[in-house]
Design a binder for this molecule. Structure first.
Ligand code: FAD
Length: 804
């Protein structure tokens, strides 16, 4: 028996075991089909470049911790990390700009030692390089090279020394037994181990292990080329493993590192070469190791040309080592972490780079020990992919796109071109007729703006945009914003996730999850957070009481699966509460603007005016022939409703409201307007402005917490946090009315970084760009000025009490 069986002794399995051992776990059994610790998995041949800076704060902070950890590890006196620093060169103006943006992320996330350097500085650090080919570089002093197998072995030794874990090489997991929905045993070719918990750290083999319990692990193995040169004259006599900073040439999808007197070259320049997990050979069958395929010369040829162009010193060198190694790509480049909903006790830590290996081990150990990771992990959540995105075809196409674009300059609103129109609302026909420009979100097509509103540009004077902030933007979305504030907008919101929660125990159940008091009269709508045990915001949603023992819980489409998993996990075991996902049964239209009440009144017999229909209440009404639930809430800060109706009535509902709205100046409006409208009113977006790292008080939604209502998850921790609060979400506006920032920018004052923009966007009614940021309390006083750095610019911003 074992308290936990870890499958895989690569960097992730060893790191998680190490952290669990530190937390006092014992009787862990770690199994690997290969030899220990060069197991033949991806870790065995990773050259170990660690670049901490990333657009994702979570990935960057996981990497930051990983560097701190690897820096302390060694095996028999040999270090697991060489902190030689990193360089990312720009050979185009666009890349040079991008490196400015990246420097901003490094500052936002607190990655130390980052600066932009000149071509001459770059050459001084890597003398092999032709500095006439570059415009400059981003230098990060704290990055470096991880010796991945050594780091894995050092962490395994710790767990062994603590007598916390056993490690078994040459042992293949062949099955996982599940009884009554719970893990019961792990079956191997050497025998069966009884356990209630298993952790899958099987890298590219992950999907095969997932299948053993019916869990889709959304990753695809991809081949990636890595070669080493023969010794270089310029490096003759070098005794150290690595002295030069690691080097990336992203304009050519390549990276480089020194190996003593040789150089290593990695290339993403070739087309994505996907591998089916079922086609990976066993350790016995594989000629080199299972995660290595035969080198394909034809794919490397252009990469070699790019290499000698940047590093002419490599010109005459031979290639002494050449592989197509394999590692995992997911549909969105984030890891897959969490407990499966298919089998209790089946934990997953997959698609993790060496770069984040230390940090992922830590947060997984926290999740498995207390349920509360020290970083928000929603980007890596195992539940984030809706079922429609779990097909093999989708995982392959999306994984291939991620590989292809791994070093590309990606705009936050860039869209995938594959696998479109997977989910469309019943209004889609009309949306297309109106020239909807759609974005892809959780499989849905979602209108960003409507070309049919181009005529509004004659009415509204929209300031023009250029450059980065003009990408994927149209002045029409600004016009839709203004038309909503002035008249009324019709928003397609079918992707909202809707859960019907029923049963005799429903009130107690929801009271134990929600921070707000939901034991309210029938017809009341309650805005609430659900907290994790540390008082962090796990979910942010509305709860409508439809009957004594029936509620509707509505949340964002992208977070629906996440929120459902949280709610399901806490269901009472006595069957007194039932959750039904009714998302597909109902469409939703948002009708908002000062004229919204008049529009709705013109198509219903129900008195929808106040006080008959108050804010934060809901009523079943008829709109023409259609039975609908009208919920009087607003995320855009104007009068109006979310209107839910049976999906099959959606088209009629749209036509009815659209037609009725024409005399009132109704326009269809997209997500672009939805976003800037909410920003102007101080409303928060889960995943950006709030998540588990923040609590409701610091986020400014303490009004929706009722500590006196009784116990709920996270209450005690929240009240303690409140006492020691040191930061608060502040609303800022940029002083220059023409300036625009996009989010994630560092906020500076008094020569230091105070925080980062959790959201940002232009407030078209306000006439200024709005920025949200958590700041130390002393900086949240209205009137305080700070600086927001955006690419190579710096804008002054002022903290305001209230936005619009
Ligand atoms: P692995 O190291 O693959 O470990 C999984 C283990 O599970 C294996 O040892 C395998 O034997 C075992 N296993 C699988 N199935 C079973 C079973 N049924 N029974 C028993 N055991 C099983 N990352 C970076 O951060 N920086 C880099 O510079 C870098 N360069 C790379 C270059 C190349 C050429 C490649 C291929 C990858 C590179 N990576 C890099 C990625 C990195 O190597 C991987 O993301 C990382 O090593 C994955 O670690 P892991 O522990 O999840 O997987």
């Amino acid at each position: 028996t074992a308290s936990l069986v870890v499958i895989g002794a690569g960097i992730v399995g060893c790191s998680t075991t190490y952290h669990l051992a530190q937390k006092g776990w014992r009787d862990i059994v770690v199994i690997d089909q290969g030899p220990l610790f060069a197991t033949g998995g991806s870790t065995s041949h990773a050259p170990g470049l660690v670049y901490q800076t990333n657009a994702s704060k979570t990935l960057a902070l996981l990497a930051k911790y990983t560097v701190e950890l690897y820096n302390q590890l060694e095996v028999d006196g040999d270090p697991a990390f060489y902190q030689v620093g990193s360089l990312e060169v720009a050979s185009t103006e666009a890349r040079w700009q991008e490196l400015h943006r990246k420097l901003g992320w490094a500052q936002s996330w607190g990655i130390e030692g980052a600066s932009l350097v000149t071509p001459a500085d770059t050459k001084a650090m890597v003398p092999l390089l032709d500095d006439s080919k570059i415009l400059g570089a981003l230098h990060v002093e704290t990055d470096g090279i991880a010796k991945a197998v050594r780091a894995a072995e050092a962490m395994a030794r710790f767990a062994l020394n603590q007598k916390a874990a056993e490690f078994h090489g040459h042992t293949v997991v062949t099955d996982i037994e599940v009884v009554d929905g719970k893990v019961n045993a792990v079956v191997t070719n050497q025998g069966r181990i009884e356990t209630e918990k298993v952790l899958v750290c099987a890298g590219i083999w992950g999907p095969r292990i997932g299948r053993m319990v019916g869990e889709v692990i959304s990753l695809t193995p991809v081949q990636h080329q890595y070669v080493k040169t023969s010794p270089l004259a310029e490096l003759a006599g070098t005794t150290e493993e690595v002295v030069h900073p690691i080097l990336r040439h992203q304009d050519k999808s390549m990276y480089f590192r020194q190996h003593g007197d040789c150089y290593g070259i990695g290339s993403y320049q070739h087309e994505p070469l996907l591998v089916d997990p079922d086609d990976i050979l066993s350790p016995e069958q594989a000629p080199v190791m299972p995660s290595v395929k035969e080198f394909t010369e034809e794919h490397f040829k252009p990469a070699w040309e790019s290499t000698v162009e940047l590093l002419p010193a490599l010109k005459g060198a031979d290639l002494s080592y050449k592989i197509n190694g394999m590692f995992s790509f997911t549909p969105d480049s984030h890891s897959v972490i969490g407990e499966s909903s298919k089998a209790k006790g089946f934990w997953v830590a997959e698609a993790v780079w060496v770069t984040q290996g230390g940090g992922v081990g830590k947060v997984v150990s926290e999740l498995m020990t207390t349920g509360v990771p020290s970083l928000d992990l929603h980007e890596a959540d195992i539940h984030r992919f809706p079922d429609v995105l779990k097909s093999r075809d989708y995982i392959l196409r999306a994984g291939a796109q991620q590989y292809d674009e791994v070093y590309d300059i990606i705009h936050p609103l860039d869209q995938q071109t594959h696998s479109r129109e997977l989910r469309v609302s019943p209004f889609y026909l009309r949306e297309k007729e109106l020239g909807a420009h759609c974005v892809f979100a959780a499989g849905w097509e979602r209108p960003q703006w409507y070309e049919s509103n181009a005529n509004l540009l004659e009415k509204y004077d929209i300031p023009p945009r250029a450059g980065w902030e003009a990408h994927n933007w149209s002045p029409i979305q600004a016009a839709e914003h203004l038309a909503t504030r002035e008249a009324v907008g019709l928003y397609a919101l079918t992707p909202f996730a809707k859960f019907e929660v029923t049963g005799s125990g429903v009130v107690d159940y929801l009271q134990s999850l929600c921070a707000n008091n939901v034991d309210k009269p029938i017809g009341k709508v309650i805005y609430t957070a659900m907290l994790d045990p540390s008082g962090g915001i796990m979910c942010d949603l509305t709860v409508s009481r439809l009957a004594k023992d029936k509620y509707w819980v509505v949340t964002g489409g992208g977070v629906g699966a996440h929120d459902l998993a949280w709610m399901t996990q806490h269901l009472p075991t006595d069957g007194s509460v039932r959750i039904t996902d009714v998302s597909s049964s109902y469409c939703c239209i948002g009708l908002w603007g000062p004229k919204a009440p008049a529009v709705l009144q013109s198509v219903t017999q129900t008195d929808v005016a106040k006080p008959a229909f108050k804010f934060f209440t809901c009523q079943s009404i008829r709109i023409g022939n259609i039975p609908a639930l009208a919920v009087r809430v607003s995320y855009v800060g104007e009068a109006g409703w979310e209107i839910y109706a049976p999906t099959e009535c959606g088209l009629k509902l749209w036509d009815t409201l659209y037609g009725a709205g024409q005399p009132y100046g109704l326009v269809p409006a997209g997500l672009g307007a939805f976003e800037t409208l909410r920003l102007e009113k101080g409303f928060l977006l889960w995943g950006s402005d709030i998540h588990t790292e923040y609590d409701p008080y610091e986020a400014g939604i303490g009004f929706a917490v009722r500590p006196d209502k009784g116990e709920f998850i996270g209450k005690d921790a929240l009240l303690q946090r409140q006492e020691y609060a040191s930061r608060k979400l502040a609303y800022l506006t940029l002083d220059d009315p023409t300036a625009i920032v996009m989010g994630k920018e560092p906020i500076w004052a008094d020569g230091k970084v105070l925080g980062y923009a959790t959201s940002a966007g232009y407030g078209y009614s306000l006439g200024r760009c709005v920025v949200y940021a958590y700041l130390p309390l002393t900086y949240t006083v209205p009137g305080t000025t700070v600086e927001v750095r955006y690419f190579d610019k710096s804008y002054t911003a002022t903290v305001v009490e209230k936005l619009l």
